[in-house]
Design a protein around this ligand. Sequence first.
Ligand code: NAD
Ligand code: ZN
Length: 406
Amino acid sequence: MRDQAKAGTRSVGGQVRTDTVWHQQQFSVGFEYPVVFTSGLFAPENPVLVDVLCRLEKTRQHRCIVFVDEGVLAARPTLPAEIDAYARHHSERIALVVEPVAVPGGEKIKIELHFVEAMQRKLFDHRIDRHSYVIAIGGGAMLDAVGLVAATTHRGIRHIRIPTTVLSQNDSGVGVKNGVNLYEQKNFVGTFAPPFAVLNDLDFIEALSPRDKISGMAEAVKVALIRDREFFEWLERNADDLVTFKRPAMATMIRRCAELHMRQIAKGGDPFETGSARPLDFGHWAAHRLETLTKYHLRHGEAVAIGIALDTRYSVLAGLLDAKAEERVRFLLDHLGFRLWHAALEKQMPNGRHAVLEGLREFREHLGGELTITLLSDIGVGVEVHEMDKAKVLQSIAWLKERAAG
Ligand SMILES: NC(=O)c1ccc[n+]([C@@H]2O[C@H](COP(=O)([O-])OP(=O)(O)OC[C@H]3O[C@@H](n4cnc5c(N)ncnc54)[C@H](O)[C@@H]3O)[C@@H](O)[C@H]2O)c1
Ligand SMILES: [Zn+2]
């Protein structure tokens, strides 16, 4: 408690009240979690997982439940056996309470809320307590749903994320947010809950479809554009290696992008986004809306690439950004294999309004407060604005259409 209780406070209206006691309760909690980049995570001789489990209690046998994304399982059917062999090899420290549990991957797990309840039921059935571990192996969507389960069951169970897509390794998995979709709104229900640890294994990326390998690169372009010109230029120079998924280039792209996201969370001053800004969400107001409008046929990263192209064009129209810089952004996104147009950009609502524009309202409402959109004033330099001119947004959409046709 910072202040002594103050009796008889005077309100803004000036009236003195003697029946009001105002305590200013205050404390702060530090957060710390390892983010590890490795390969062969479940090779018995790899100590990373067991070291992480023993981070707080060195000598205990730790009870774990593992959820695995079905998409990962389809690509790597031997995974449950590998996990089982790892746990047996380290049986003094790890006890799997049940065989790895398969759950749907992709947006399906975030849309159909019964999956959340089914996972909670598993935690109940297997007596998972606050000192046990919920381990999630999967893409960003699955991690978001399991993260919510871990954060809300018993008001928070230790949660280890093992991201398996480019996007979840370079962005979503290393952060502090989870959530599921409701009422056709992305992440309407969710919490801010830092994980216990994040373990990125590059081997998982090899099994990923080319579409998902490319999709996740949108977040690297995004964060480079608003934070790190040098990284953008690195992406330009290495685009050939990235489109052919060369391992060293993929590893560097993922790590650099993850580090920039981590730095924003740790040093940006607002890890739990209590202000009105969403500093890392460049291109996202349109992206989230496009994901919903296309009923998730567009991947998050694909929608983000379109959102980036849109807001970059808007930045030019608003007089903030040089058209030559925009050319470079478009060229890089094209080169990486993104299609920078989707017919949903033109979708109209029954009242004749452009459906995508609703994204601005949803974006503002998600945080509350003033609308805050990040635009570009240069490559590597994001700027915040609090208003978007609808005519210029529509002009930007028309421009994207024209360029896609040409
Ligand atoms: N919490 C956050 O801060 C945050 C940030 C950005 C994005 N997100 C969310 O992340 C989600 C997108 O995540 P994503 O791009 O990782 O896609 P995704 O989770 O939708 O996965 C895409 C597909 O790949 C499959 N898959 C996953 N790993 C695989 C592997 N190694 N091999 C083969 N198939 C595999 C999945 O089953 C799924 O079918 C969206 O819901 C988005 O809202 C969250
Ligand atoms: Zn994103």
